[in-house]
Design a binder for this molecule. Structure first.
Ligand SMILES: [Zn+2]
Length: 424
């Protein structure tokens, strides 16, 4: 059993929208009040309030306040839990010698939403067997029309209600057991600069292109950004201010448009990553990957790495590996990350193993041994050869132990496992 998140968009009626806004406002009040209480307890008695103490207090508050009584009690505990997590995070960072900001009071416009702990208590998801679209029943709001579907259906566990811009979403955690089968091939995958990735197989290499709809959205983003900076320049000139200049309605609309486009890119990229990783796991049993060094990828890298395209795709690297890893695990396949600094995929010849430094601008691999192919293809072949080497003469399980990413020599590259937003 694994936990997955599915996001549904909410389509509330006008009355439901008002009810959602009301609940958000009450949760925001509760957050600020509970935070004030913690500060008071510390200031007056040097006592640090715990989550359980605040829950008890909440019961009292609910007795006194009609506003609080009007909302689902568990969802209010979730807001207290989030505050508790913010404090735990704060103390953890203080302990490790950082200088974190104290958990803050939140104005309503910075308060995004609230959550529920268990299905059936304050919320119920009503959909068909594929869990596509349907209704979300929220206490105090009623049945809200929703659209969306999970990649793998499952049992709803927790729910978060989120407002983003003018839109409302429900992010629902599902417990599911995905069925996935792995392919039989062995291969190597290298990140490209012009293309998304190059995949080497014993039969030859193939390239995975960046999806063209993503490119279209990116060029639209560039266009809107140009519009915005032109309008901003004009507004600065007209008002004589470089900061806090008056924002016209038109400019405000452009900002909203830009936000929408960024969201669109994120969705498109997400879909693309899911589809691509699922396809790769369906094709390969063993796949050699370059250990990612995200820091190196973004810190430097000359002109060709600077574009918006590149930035967004770099950010995709960690997400791609993470998805590939868990999908491979589900299918019983191996996605293995090579220790890049030892293997040097782009500087090693796939045919003879000779190493030679290549400038980033050098797009071809030409070796005295006669090997001649594109730079990306060579790197993918080196990674495939490495993966093969890891397996040869060993039981797969043993080979896997030897190359498990957490056993690799201290490599900042391995993507960190991301925790899902915890609601206890
Ligand atoms: Zn060679």
């Amino acid at each position: 059993m694994v936990q997955r998140k599915a996001t549904y968009r909410l389509y509330p009626t006008a009355a439901q929208l008002a009810a959602l806004e009301h609940q958000r406002w009450v949760h925001c009040l509760l957050w600020n009040e509970a935070l004030a209480e913690r500060r008071r307890a510390w200031g007056e008695r040097q006592e640090s309030l715990r989550f359980s103490a605040q829950c008890k207090q909440l019961t009292e508050w609910r007795g006194q306040s009609k506003l609080l009584r009007g909302l689902n009690a568990q969802s209010e505990q979730v807001t207290l839990k989030r505050l508790d997590l913010a404090f735990q995070h704060f103390f953890r960072r203080v302990k490790s010698g950082e200088k974190p900001g104290f958990p803050r009071f939140k104005p309503l416009h910075r308060f995004k939403g609230w959550g529920y702990k268990s299905h059936g208590d304050g919320w119920r998801l009503v959909t068909n067997e594929r869990m596509q679209h349907g209704t979300l029943r929220l206490s105090g709001v009623g049945p809200v029309a929703i659209r969306g579907k999970p990649r793998t259906p499952g049992t709803p566990k927790t729910c978060e209600i989120i407002r983003r811009g003018h839109q409302w979403y429900a992010s629902i955690t599902l417990e599911c057991s995905p069925e996935r089968s792995r392919g039989e091939q062995i291969g190597g995958l290298d990140w490209g600069v012009e293309t998304f990735a190059t995949v080497a197989t014993p039969a030859g290499t193939e390239t995975i292109e960046n999806p063209c709809h993503l490119d279209r959205t990116l060029s639209e983003i560039r266009r809107v950004q140009r519009n915005i900076s032109r309008k901003e320049e004009a507004a600065k000139k007209a008002s004589g201010k470089t900061r806090r200049f008056p924002v016209s309605n038109r400019l405000r609309k452009e900002y909203e448009r830009l936000r929408r486009l960024h969201r669109k890119v994120a969705n498109q990229r997400n879909d693309f990553l899911h589809q691509t990783t699922a396809r790769l796991v369906g094709q390969f049993g063993v796949l050699g990957l370059e250990g990612l060094n995200i820091r190196n990828m973004t810190a430097s890298g000359g002109q060709r790495k600077k574009g918006l395209n590149r930035r967004i795709l770099d950010a995709a690297g960690g997400a791609f590996h993470q998805r590939l890893r868990y999908k491979a695990e589900e299918a019983g396949a191996w996605a293995m990350e090579a220790p890049t600094r030892q293997i040097k995929p782009s500087q090693t010849c796939h045919a003879c193993g000779r190493q030679e430094k290549k400038a980033l601008s050098q797009r071809r691999h030409e070796c005295p041994c006669g090997a001649s192919c594109s730079r990306d293809e060579n790197a993918a072949r080196v990674l495939m050869a490495w993966a093969e080497q890891q397996l040869s003469g060993r039981e797969p399980a043993e080979a896997w132990r030897a190359v498990r990413p957490d056993h690799l020599p201290d490599d900042p590259a391995r993507p960190v496992k991301r925790e899902t937003h915890a609601i206890a």
